[in-house]
Design a protein around this ligand. Structure first.
Ligand SMILES: [Zn+2]
Length: 73
């Protein structure tokens, strides 16, 4: 395995208030940790557990919905 950072972009969230700003990305790291590039995620210190933010929450909800649809269909 190479040592360089590897991640997969799961979702992109363009900012509505700042169209010129870089979009926030939901990423899955090589260690299977899901994270976001927004400041809210980085500043998240509410719980000792995994960090989260509104983008991650929305992504998880969408993934859950899609999973349900797949199982239903
Ligand atoms: Zn975020």
């Amino acid at each position: 395995m190479a040592k360089k950072k590897q991640y997969v972009v799961l979702a992109t969230n363009p900012s509505k208030s700042k169209p010129n700003a870089a979009p926030h990305q939901i990423r899955m790291g090589g260690d299977n940790v899901t994270y976001c590039t927004c400041w809210a995620w980085r500043m998240s210190k509410v719980h000792p557990g995994p960090k989260t933010c509104k983008h991650l929450e929305r992504y998880r909800q969408t993934a859950r919905d899609m999973e349900g649809l797949t199982r239903a269909g």
